[in-house]
Design a protein around this ligand. Structure first.
Ligand code: C2E
Ligand code: CA
Ligand code: CA
Ligand code: CA
Length: 273
C-alpha cells in the first residue's frame, strides 16, 4: 500500500513541477518585459449613455511574449501582484496612458491594483507622472475594487482624499460582484460606480437584475456618483442601462480595447464628420 501511495504521489509530482516551473518562468519573463518596457497599453472607448459619443477611455495592460504568446491580464496581473512587479508595471501603464491621451479630449480611466494603492508612494508617483506628461488631473480617474478596502477603510479614505485633492477622481470598479459595496459608498469618496459585466449580462433576461440596476443607480445618485455600465454587448443592454439611469456605457458594442493610434484616428474621424 505504501509503495502504491508513493507511486500515486509520484505520478502527480511532475505535473506540479511543470506548472510550478511555468509559473516561475512566466514571472521571470514578465519581469524582463516590465524592465524593457514591453508591456503595452490598449484603450477601450467609454461613451455617454444618451448620445453614444466617446467621452473617456479605459487603459488596459497587454503582454505579448514570444514564448507565452498573448497572456491575458487576468493571468499576468495576479502574477505581477504576487511578485512585486505590479508597482513598476502599474507606473508604466499610467505613464504610457497619460502621455498617449494628453492631447485628446477624453477622460482617462486607469486600474490600480491593491499593492499599488497601499504602496505608500502612490500620491507622489501620480503627481510625478501628471507633471511629467502634463496630463490634467481632472481628466484622470483611478479605478479600484472593494477588495482593496477590506483591510483598512480608514487608511483607504486618506489615500483617496489625498489624490482627490489633486483633482484626480476615483471609481469603484466591478460593483455588484462583492459584498461590502454599500458600506464603502458611505465611507469613501468615489466619483463613479462601474457596474460589473456579470450584472449587465443578466439585465436582458432577468427582471430582478434590471430592477436592482435601477436601485443601484438611485443609490448612486444619493451618493452623488455617476454610473458606468461595463460589458455592454447588445443594443438592448445599452437601452436598458440608459433607461435604468446609467450615465456612461462601455463594451464591445461601442468598441474593443485598441491601440492609441487607432482609437485617436477613429475618434477624430468621427468628430470631423
Ligand atoms: P476590468 O478593469 O474590469 O476591465 C474590463 C475588462 O472587460 C477588460 O478585460 C475588457 O477588455 C473587458 N470587456 C470590456 N467590454 C467587454 C464586453 O463587452 N464583453 C466582454 N466579454 N468583455 C469586455 P481585460 O483587458 O482582459 O482585463 C481584465 C482585467 O485585468 C481588468 O478588468 C482589470 O481588473 C485587470 N487589468 C487590466 N489592465 C490592468 C492594469 O493596467 N492594472 C491593473 N491593476 N489591472 C489591470
Ligand atoms: Ca477597470
Ligand atoms: Ca470592471
Ligand atoms: Ca473585472
Amino acid at each position: 500500500a505504501k509503495a502504491a501511495g508513493r507511486n500515486c504521489f509520484r505520478a502527480y509530482e511532475p505535473e506540479l513541477d511543470d506548472s510550478h516551473r511555468l509559473r516561475v518562468q512566466m514571472e521571470n519573463d514578465l519581469r524582463l518585459a516590465v524592465e524593457e518596457g514591453r508591456i503595452s497599453v490598449q484603450y477601450q472607448p467609454i461613451v455617454d449613455a444618451a448620445t453614444f459619443e466617446v467621452v473617456a477611455v479605459e487603459a488596459l495592460a497587454r503582454w505579448w511574449d514570444p514564448v507565452h504568446g498573448n497572456v491575458p491580464p487576468d493571468v499576468f496581473i495576479p502574477i505581477a501582484e504576487m511578485s512585486g512587479l505590479i508597482t513598476g508595471l502599474g507606473r508604466h501603464v499610467l505613464l504610457t496612458a497619460c502621455a498617449a491621451m494628453r492631447d485628446s479630449k477624453f477622460d482617462l480611466a486607469v486600474n490600480l491594483s491593491p499593492a499599488q494603492f497601499w504602496d505608500g508612494e502612490l500620491l507622489r508617483e501620480v503627481q510625478a507622472i501628471l507633471q511629467e506628461t502634463g496630463f490634467p488631473p481632472e481628466r484622470l480617474e483611478l479605478e479600484i475594487t472593494e477588495s482593496l478596502m477590506l483591510r483598512q477603510p480608514q487608511g483607504a479614505c486618506e489615500i483617496i482624499d489625498g489624490l482627490r485633492a489633486l483633482g484626480v477622481r476615483f471609481a469603484l470598479d466591478d460593483f455588484g460582484t462583492g459584498f461590502a459595496g454599500i458600506a464603502y459608498l458611505r465611507q469613501l469618496h468615489f466619483d463613479r460606480l462601474k457596474i460589473d459585466k456579470a450584472f449587465i449580462t443578466a439585465i436582458e433576461s432577468e427582471r430582478r437584475a434590471q430592477d436592482m440596476l435601477v436601485s443601484i443607480t438611485g443609490l448612486a445618485r444619493a451618493c452623488n456618483l455617476d454610473v458606468c455600465a461595463e460589458g455592454i454587448e447588445t443594443a438592448e443592454q445599452a437601452r436598458i442601462a440608459l433607461m435604468s439611469g446609467c450615465n456612461r456605457l462601455q463594451g464591445w458594442l461601442f468598441g474593443r480595447p485598441q491601440d492609441a493610434e487607432h482609437l485617436l484616428a477613429f475618434s477624430s474621424d468621427t468628430a470631423s464628420r
